[in-house]
Design a protein around this ligand. Structure first.
Ligand code: HEC
Ligand code: HEC
Ligand code: HEC
Ligand code: HEC
Ligand code: HEC
Ligand code: HEC
Length: 397
């Protein structure tokens, strides 16, 4: 399938990039490094042991200072993790070579201790960094929590963890139209959200004013919840506070029919994401479409048929369903021009364009091919518009 080709293409691009960066690492060191270092690393890489032994024996007097200068270069400020580990690894190999072919002495022991410690430290830091990233991954799971930490330094100063914005909970009570795009542009990090604006009644503060929702001037910890135990109810189906969701829905005039939940829990699809379509089918929730009740729904009641190239089934896009969730202006003209000629391609979508503006972010994931590719080939019905794409003449053949 083409998508797999795309994947393997992406993989080869990554491989080439990795090789290229390795090449850059090697060449960028050679610019500043000594003859000894170059030779040593070359022999080390090509596993030319006899040349290495000869080199070590010839360089006995300068070698320890060479190792010291190598560790200094490795620890320079602008050196990235990959290059740093590459240099420290070479330093470690030099230490072993020296120990083996020259013998040990006090200065060597000192150098060895330093190199070992630097390597251990780097690995520890990298592990902590990955753990930090993974921690937020867990809380962002579920297709619809955002960790907000653009102003992390100020939050740290105030002794507060980052904000978890539970996008999904808000979707239960409010249609997309309430927030997008009057309050928020539909794109992460694009709204420059800050405490100051919130307290001034903008952004989250449109609702979090102590009337529609709890005030942002009190309950700090109800938003600044990243990494805390209480946050479990926001990313773990088993800990969701269903009663509270009901109470808020009642207050707002939205619906949340908790008794219709299958097994008493929010349904998730096989990828572990909230299955909104199931929630809708079972009539479990009905969000409000405006805060003041003055909004006149604007809906485009047609469907658009995408004839997929290659063997996959065709796609039916339901304008009516989508425009019942989302305002026209959230899609037009930024995501799609108002025509049938957008150059919609999977590759572009996987980069967040077209359908990928929402799917894979807050709506069901691309891995779920058949939810979109649901139509037997060439079964467009009367009245369903045909997406023509860019190359109109070719399409209509
Ligand atoms: C209560 C307000 C609210 C509602 C309702 C809401 N959103 Fe959002 N949405 C946000 C906020 C806040 C952000 C993050 C903005 C930022 O980081 O600057 C966001 C971001 C997004 C993004 C960007 C995701 C990304 O990774 O860039 C998409 C897409 C999105 N929303 C779609 C929707 C859709 C579709 C609905 C309805 C099904 C919806 N939103 C309902 C507040 C809302
Ligand atoms: C359109 C109105 C609206 C907007 C905009 C909005 N919220 Fe809310 N939010 C609510 C309501 C209503 C509740 C539930 C009321 C309550 O618990 O007092 C809520 C609840 C929450 C909760 C609590 C969830 C829980 O179970 O503890 C968090 C956290 C939250 N909002 C964060 C935010 C953040 C962060 C923003 C801005 C990025 C934001 N909200 C924007 C209406 C809104
Ligand atoms: C309704 C949710 C909400 C509540 C309640 C809330 N905050 Fe925030 N706060 C935010 C969001 C969203 C940000 C922006 C996060 C980012 O940097 O991406 C923020 C950012 C901050 C920052 C970073 C500096 C800045 O201006 O953005 C500080 C400091 C802060 N909040 C303090 C507080 C304090 C103190 C309280 C309690 C009095 C509080 N917050 C209550 C949502 C909230
Ligand atoms: C979820 C995104 C989305 C929303 C919301 C949306 N559209 Fe569209 N619209 C599309 C897509 C996708 C196409 C087809 C693009 C293509 O085939 O190149 C389209 C095509 C169109 C077209 C040309 C085909 C036709 O239907 O005549 C018009 C006009 C249009 N949209 C108007 C609207 C209006 C008016 C609204 C609001 C009531 C709206 N759209 C809401 C995604 C959206
Ligand atoms: C502006 C956001 C947005 C864009 C852009 C968008 N969708 Fe959706 N789509 C949604 C939301 C929200 C749902 C509801 C389900 C969910 O969130 O998981 C949905 C549901 C669907 C469904 C299921 C409809 C049903 O009820 O049976 C299909 C199929 C679908 N989208 C296809 C597409 C295709 C194809 C495109 C691009 C041509 C597209 N979507 C673009 C937001 C979007
Ligand atoms: C959110 C909806 C959606 C999902 C999910 C989705 N696709 Fe698509 N796909 C489309 C649309 C829309 C097109 C454009 C059809 C056209 O006009 O060529 C498309 C086109 C394609 C094409 C034709 C070539 C191309 O790149 O445009 C292939 C192959 C394809 N999809 C494979 C897949 C596979 C495999 C999956 C699952 C891993 C998948 N798609 C998931 C909407 C989707």
């Amino acid at each position: 399938m083409k998508a797999f080709k795309v994947l393997s293409l992406a993989r080869s691009v990554m491989l080439i990039a990795a090789l290229l960066s390795l090449f850059l690492v090697v060449t960028s060191i050679t610019a500043a490094e000594s003859e000894f270092r170059q030779q040593f690393i070359y022999n080390y890489k090509t596993m030319n042991f006899s040349a290495q032994v000869l080199l070590i024996e010839q360089s006995e007097t300068i070698m320890l200072d060479e190792i010291i200068s190598l560790t200094k270069d490795a620890m320079a400020k602008d050196v990235g993790f990959g290059q740093r580990m590459h240099l420290l690894d070479a330093a470690s190999a030099m230490v072993s070579g020296y120990t083996h072919y020259v013998g040990t002495n006090r200065k060597l022991k000192k150098v060895k201790k330093r190199v070992d410690k630097l390597i251990a430290n780097e690995l520890k830091k990298e592990k902590a960094k990955n753990a930090e990233l993974m921690k937020w991954k867990k809380e962002e799971r579920f297709l619809g929590n955002f960790i907000m930490k653009a102003n992390m330094k100020e939050m740290e100063k105030a002794g507060l963890p980052p904000v978890i914005y539970p996008h999904w909970v808000h979707r239960i009570w409010f249609e997309c139209k309430v927030c997008h795009n009057d309050i928020f542009i539909m794109k992460r990090w694009r709204n420059d959200i800050s405490q100051e604006k919130i307290v001034a009644g903008k952004q989250c503060g449109v609702c979090h004013d102590g009337k529609t929702a709890f005030s942002a001037e009190e309950k700090c910890e109800r938003c600044h919840m990243g990494g805390l135990k209480e946050a479990k109810r926001l990313h773990d189906v088993d800990h969701v506070d269903y009663e509270k969701i009901s109470k808020v829905a009642d207050k707002l005039g939205a619906e949340w029919n908790v008794d219709r939940l299958p097994d008493g829990k929010i349904p998730v699809d096989r990828f572990g994401f909230i299955d909104w379509l199931q929630l809708k089918r079972l009539d479990i929730f009905k969000p409000i479409n405006s805060l003041d009740g003055q909004y006149e729904p604007e809906i485009r009641g047609n469907q658009i048929y995408f004839k997929a190239k290659s063997k996959v089934k065709d796609v039916l896009f339901d304008h009516e369903i989508h425009s019942s969730w989302v305002k026209c202006s959230s899609c037009h003209p930024e995501v799609f021009s108002e025509s049938l000629k957008n150059n919609v391609k999977m590759v572009a979508m996987s980069k967040g364009k077209f359908c990928g503006h929402c799917h894979g972010k807050v709506s069901f994931t691309f891995a779920d091919c058949l939810r979109c590719h649901s139509q037997q080939k060439d079964t467009r019905q009367d009245g369903v518009l045909l997406h023509v794409g860019k190359k109109r003449e070719m399409r209509e053949k």
